[in-house]
Design a protein around this ligand. Structure first.
Ligand SMILES: [Fe+2]
Length: 201
């Protein structure tokens, strides 16, 4: 593994945006760091190349960068959302795409596409474009799955941590609905090797 820090302009911008996100929303920054690790682990498991893992990791790092543009009253709300608040929160996918597209780099369009589509569902019921199946970019499907796993395994103010088995059961129920069945199958193996695997009950 190459341990030399990448000093390319894209990675410099990436680090800057990561710090900015952490200042705005510490939880999302920490969650995104874990999603990078989970997504890269799944990427390795399914045989992606080093270059593909790099693009996937950037998409994972910035999947929720658009939350920078969501007002505090929605971003930090601890109770259930009203309909108009959901509509507002959903905009983070397209806001994130616009932020990443502003980076003048040939890899930015791939990362921006990943960010835009990370809330699409396998059955076409997601947002913002209601894409379905493999029309959803692969990196976005990987991030949707690993994002869901981390969100459910983590303890938050309004949610007790669930066990690994319970979370995998929920993901299984969502197979073919929210998540890509083939990727979920691969994730079931890949997560066993991850330091981020949740605890058993
Ligand atoms: Fe998101």
């Amino acid at each position: 593994m190459n341990c030399t820090p990448d000093t390319s302009p894209l990675h410099s911008i990436a680090r800057t945006l990561t710090v900015a996100l952490g200042q705005r929303d510490h939880y999302t920054r920490a969650h995104s760091d874990r999603v990078v690790q989970l997504a890269a682990g799944l990427g390795y498991h399914i045989g992606l190349s080093q270059e593909e893992i790099e693009l996937l990791s950037l998409g994972a790092q910035f999947h929720d960068i658009g939350k920078i543009g969501i007002p505090d009253r929605v971003l930090h709300k601890q109770a259930s959302f009203e309909e108009d608040e959901w509509a507002c929160m959903k905009q983070h996918a397209e806001i994130g795409e616009r932020i990443i597209l502003a980076i003048d780099n040939d890899k930015a369009s791939t990362v921006a596409k990943t960010v835009r589509h990370h809330h699409e569902h396998f059955d076409g019921s997601g947002y913002p474009d209601q894409l379905s199946g493999t029309d959803i970019p692969l990196y976005a499907r990987i991030i949707s799955l690993t994002d869901s796993y981390d969100a459910m395994i983590d303890t938050r103010a309004y949610q007790r941590a669930r066990s690994h088995g319970v979370v995998m059961g929920i993901l299984e129920q969502e197979s073919g609905i929210k998540h890509d069945p083939d990727l979920l199958h691969a994730f079931t193996s890949a997560i066993e090797k991850s330091s981020l695997r949740g605890k058993d009950a």
